[in-house]
Design a protein around this ligand. Structure first.
Ligand SMILES: Nc1ncnc2c1ncn2[C@@H]1O[C@H](COP(=O)(O)OP(=O)(O)O)[C@@H](O)[C@H]1O
Ligand SMILES: [Mg+2]
Length: 407
C-alpha cells in the first residue's frame, strides 16, 4: 500500500504518525516544503521518498509535481493523509485529482469552514450556536441583534482561539471592531456559557474504533487572557457517565452528518448548566497540543499506531483499558526572550511520584514561545490518576508549583 502524507516532518506530532504508518507495512511518500535531509530523524526513516516542493500552498503546481513523480516512478497512491489543519484542502484537491478515496474538497469544507460546518449540522437538525458570517463591520453590528449578547466573533477558519473575542454588549462590540481590521470575514456566534469538552475519534469505514472525551479545565478562550494561566485539559476515564451521554451522541450525529469515514477527528462541544449540549467545532485531524499523548497515557494505548492501522487496514488491533484520567498541563514562560530557569520541577516530581506520566521541559537558553500569538506552551507535564478529582488536584499542583522563567 502506498500512502502520500502531507508534511510528515511538521508540526511536531507528524513524525510519530509517519513512523506508525510505515510500521503497518505501508510505503510512506512524504511531500512538504522541507528537504528530505532536514526532516526529523523519525520522519526521514519512515518515508520511502520525500518530494520537496517550493510552495505547499500552490495547489495547482503541487498536484502537477505529484503527477509527474507518479508517472516517472510508476507509483500509484491508495490513500492521501494529512493531519495538519492548513494542509487539509490540499489533501482533498490531490485526492480528487488522483481519484484517491477519502474526503473530497466539499466534504473537507465541512471540517474547515466554521460556517459551512454549522449550516450542514443545522440542516441535520443538530444544535449549533446561533450563527452568521459577516464580511464587514456593519454586518457584524447588524447580526448582533438577532444573535444577542454575549456573542463571540472569530475567524471562519481559525485555530488556537486566535482573533477570537467574547463580546458582552453593544459598547464592547464597538471597542473590539477596530481590532478586527485584518480579518476578511468572521463568524458571529451566540456565546455558549458552559463546560467545554472534546469528542475525539479514530474511525474506519464510518465506524468509531476509538473515542475519547476530554474536559477543558482551562477553556481555550481563557488561555489567551493571562500569561500565568497553565492551560490544562483532562482526558476522562469514565465515558459512560450521564453527563457525557449527550455530547457523545451529538458527536456520532455530527460525524454522520458530515460524512466522515476514515481517520482521526477532533470535535469540541459545550454542556450548559441546564444540561443542554451544543456543538462547538470539528476538525478531520487529531487534537493538537499534546492531547494525543494524554489520550495514550489515559488508556495505555498507542493512538499513532491505532490511527495508522485504521487508515491502512481499516481495523483496530490493540487491547486497551481506560485506567486513568490523564491531564496535560501546559507551562508558559514568564517573561520574554530566552528560558533562564525552571523552578519547582524537582520538588513537584518528587511529591507527585508515579502520578507523573511524562515531563517535557524546554532547554535553558531556548527561546520562549509567544503565548499571546498562540504558540504552544513552553513545557508540558502529563499527570494521571484513576480518580477524577485527584487528577484535577494533581493538574492544579503542576499549574501552581512549577514555573518557567524567561528573560
Ligand atoms: N459559540 C461559542 N460560545 C462559547 N465559547 C466559544 C464559542 N465559540 C468559540 N468559543 C471559545 O473560543 C475557543 C476557540 O473557538 P473555536 O471555534 O474552537 O476556534 P479555534 O479553531 O480557534 O479552536 C473555543 O475553544 C471556546 O473556548
Ligand atoms: Mg477549537
Amino acid at each position: 500500500m502506498n500512502i502520500l502524507m502531507i508534511s510528515p516532518g511538521y508540526p511536531s506530532q507528524m513524525p510519530a504518525f509517519a513512523e506508525a504508518l510505515a510500521a503497518t507495512g505501508a510505503r510512506v511518500f512524504g511531500i512538504g516544503d522541507q528537504p528530505e535531509s532536514s526532516l526529523p530523524d523519525r520522519a526521514r526513516r519512515a518515508v520511502t521518498a520525500h518530494l520537496q516542493v517550493r510552495d505547499l500552498w500552490d495547489e495547482g503546481s503541487v498536484i502537477g509535481r505529484v503527477m509527474d513523480e507518479m508517472r516517472k516512478n510508476g507509483v500509484r497512491f491508495h490513500r492521501i493523509e494529512c493531519l495538519w489543519e492548513p494542509g487539509m484542502g490540499l489533501a482533498a484537491r490531490l485526492r480528487e485529482a488522483l481519484g484517491v478515496p477519502g474526503l473530497g474538497y466539499s466534504a473537507t469544507e465541512g471540517f474547515r469552514d466554521k460556517e459551512v460546518m454549522k449550516r450542514r449540522l443545522d440542516a441535520a437538525g443538530l444544535r449549533t450556536p446561533r450563527h452568521a458570517v459577516a464580511r464587514t463591520k456593519d454586518e457584524i453590528r447588524r447580526f448582533a441583534g438577532p444573535i444577542g449578547f454575549p456573542l463571540i466573533v472569530k475567524p471562519i477558519a481559525g485555530a488556537g482561539a486566535t482573533d477570537t473575542y467574547r463580546i458582552n454588549s453593544k459598547e464592547e462590540l464597538e471597542s473590539v471592531l477596530p481590532r478586527l481590521g485584518h480579518v476578511e470575514s468572521v463568524s458571529v456566534e451566540e456565546f455558549i456559557e458552559g463546560d467545554e469538552f472534546t469528542f475525539d475519534t479514530i474511525c474506519a469505514g464510518g465506524r468509531i474504533l476509538f473515542e475519547n472525551v476530554a474536559w477543558y479545565r482551562t477553556k481555550p478562550i481563557e488561555e489567551r487572557k493571562h500569561q500565568w494561566v497553565s492551560p490544562s485539559c483532562i482526558c476522562l476515564r469514565d465515558l459512560d457517565v450521564p453527563e457525557l451521554a449527550g455530547g457523545r451522541k451529538l458527536g456520532r450525529q455530527v460525524l454522520d452528518a458530515l460524512g466522515f469515514r476514515d481517520g482521526f477527528t477532533h470535535m469540541e462541544w459545550f454542556r450548559k448548566a441546564d444540561g443542554e449540549v451544543v456543538f462547538g467545532e470539528i476538525a478531520a485531524r487529531p487534537a493538537g497540543a499534546n492531547l494525543v499523548d494524554a489520550m495514550n497515557f489515559a488508556s495505555e494505548v498507542d493512538l499513532f499506531r491505532g490511527w495508522a492501522e485504521a487508515v491502512t487496514h481499516g481495523r483496530w488491533t490493540q487491547p486497551f483499558e481506560r485506567k486513568y484520567n490523564a491531564a496535560v498541563v501546559g507551562k508558559r514562560a514568564a517573561g520574554n526572550g530566552r528560558i533562564r530557569a525552571i523552578r519547582g520541577l524537582e520538588k513537584t516530581l518528587r511529591e507527585l511520584g508515579p502520578a507523573i506520566a511524562a515531563v517535557r521541559m524546554p532547554a535553558i537558553g531556548a527561546p520562549a514561545g509567544n503565548w499571546r500569538r498562540g504558540s504552544p506552551s513552553d513545557g508540558f507535564v502529563f499527570v494521571r490518576h484513576p480518580d477524577f478529582e485527584t487528577c484535577v488536584e494533581l493538574a492544579d499542583r503542576v499549574a501552581r508549583d512549577i514555573e518557567i522563567l524567561a528573560g
